[in-house]
Ligand binder design. Structure first.
Ligand code: ATP
Ligand code: MG
Length: 445
């Protein structure tokens, strides 16, 4: 993509409305614009990151055996009356009346809708287990939408729902998601700690939140100091989803980690110097709630002996749009964003320092064409701007690597390569640049 043609409305100044760094940087880097409180448009650069995050989430869901569907954003109130949650949900639910005076709502979550779908389609224990997910916009009329996409009113969530015949099966489904979530966040370069959590309005017995430690987090969390030095993914990588995941689950949940609602200083087993108290960003949440929805909604199957068995269910959410903000909270410096390669909107930035110079322009155009030909996603700054403005823009948007071409290097047959994260600079022979980035692009994606 040529920057001269790209829709990338950068802001020089810090927007006054943004209190935390991810919100500031998303606005400044031209990723999002607010349309009303807690509701955002995603501009080209932001949407590319959102899609990358979504794709990693999707791949890990697929790998776990979950199947993708797409349910609507608008749901009938009727279903929520069946579960009893229509009244309970309160003002967070956006209620809508259509032209025929039918009560509708913009879905804040989908337990009722999926239960109705499965109830009508699945009649026998032979059709179980099932795990269905979708990635869809949700609406919750939060009292205090803030921090940009971190606490929006409209936000993108991956939610899935597991259906099993018995509690053991349901626990296996829960364990699969426990592992899938660890893999998902680790692929984005994030350390998300699974913490014992309250089940809240979803209800149920067993629940974990996945929390990223960050000063700007809205949750108060507590965990064993050992978590800070632990690489849980290395082990999760090895697991086969058909094997017994309970030992893995037991092991990792034995290391203390709890959210504010679940933490009790009196009963906490850790000595005070072993306990970390910190702020966390909740990026995922998993629940096992058994028959809480299947019983009132009549979602039953015929068991092996023909008896009626209510479905055992769990639900699992990942804040896809919140993750974009969380990724920036975890990856930035004073100059701007530093994208991990797996979610970066482009793999590489190419800066032509002197577009008015014919030799520079030809060389940069040629390199750009070759990089694209080799499948490298490159953002090419071909604008007539000062070098300082170009460096600042490239650092702000945070692509993992930059190639900087100027008259002096060109005369020597070299190009400057800068790593965004470390700031390290190297001279590369011009003719090796394409092969180098073609290889790293393949690794990252
Ligand atoms: P929170 O405690 O942050 O309000 P929640 O517990 O109400 O979140 P869940 O129902 O568990 O949220 O939703 C699943 C995931 O969706 C959360 O883990 C979070 O990552 C994301 N999420 C929830 N509410 C919002 C929001 N208002 N804006 C952006 N993402 C959200
Ligand atoms: Mg939650």
């Amino acid at each position: 993509m040529r920057l001269s043609q790209y829709f990338l409305p950068l802001l020089r100044e810090n927007p006054a409305e943004a209190q935390i760094v991810s919100h500031r940087l998303m606005l400044r880097a031209g990723m999002i614009r607010q349309s009303s409180a807690g509701i955002y448009s995603w501009l080209p650069l932001g949407l590319r990151v959102l899609k990358r995050v979504e794709q990693i989430v999707r791949e890990e869901q697929d790998r776990s055996g979950a199947q993708e569907i797409l349910m609507p954003t608008i749901q009938p109130a009727e279903l929520w009356r069946e579960s009893g949650r229509y009244e309970d949900y309160g003002k967070e639910m956006l209620r809508i009346t259509d032209r025929h005076d039918r009560e509708m709502l913009y879905g804040p979550t989908n337990e009722e809708l999926i239960t109705a779908i499965v109830r009508d389609a699945i009649k026998s224990y032979r059709d179980l287990p099932k795990n269905l997910y979708h990635i869809q916009w949700k609406f919750r009329d939060e009292v205090r939408p803030r921090f940009g996409v971190m606490r929006g009113r409209e936000f993108l969530m991956k939610d899935n729902y597991s259906f099993d015949l018995d509690p053991q099966g349901a626990k296996h489904s829960y364990n699969k998601m426990f592992v899938a979530y660890l893999r998902t966040f680790a692929r984005m370069g994030l350390k998300a700690i699974p913490m014992r959590a309250d089940t809240g309005p979803i209800g149920g017995d067993l629940s974990h939140e996945f929390q990223i430690l960050a000063e700007t987090g809205e949750s108060e969390v507590f965990c064993d100091r050992l978590w800070l030095a632990t690489d849980i993914l290395a082990e999760a990588e090895e697991l086969n989803y058909d094997s017994d995941l309970e030992p893995f689950f037991r092991h990792w949940t034995s290391l203390y980690a709890a959210t504010d609602e679940m933490h009790r200083p009196e009963t906490c087993p850790l000595p005070p110097d072993q306990l970390v108290s910190a702020r966390g960003i909740e990026v995922g949440h998993i629940f096992y709630f058994g028959t809480k929805y299947s019983v009132p909604m009549g979602a039953v199957v015929a068991g092996a002996g023909g008896e009626e068995v209510p479905l055992e269910m769990g639900s699992y959410g990942i804040g896809v749009s919140r993750l974009v903000g969380a990724l920036i909270e975890a990856n930035h410096d004073d100059a701007g964003i530093i994208w991990p390669e797996t979610v970066a909107p482009f793999r590489l930035g190419l800066i032509n320092l002197r577009p008015s110079d014919k030799a520079c322009r030809n060389a940069a155009d040629e390199l750009y064409a070759k990089l694209r030909g080799a499948g490298v996603e490159v953002l090419y700054d071909d604008r007539e701007e000062s070098p300082g403005a170009k460096f600042a823009a490239m650092d702000l948007i945070g692509l993992p690597d930059q190639l900087i071409l100027g008259p002096r290097g060109l005369a020597a047959g070299t190009i400057e390569w800068k790593r965004r994260r470390t700031g390290a600079r190297h001279e590369l022979p011009l003719e090796t640049a394409v092969a180098k980035f073609a290889a790293t692009q393949r690794e990252a994606r």
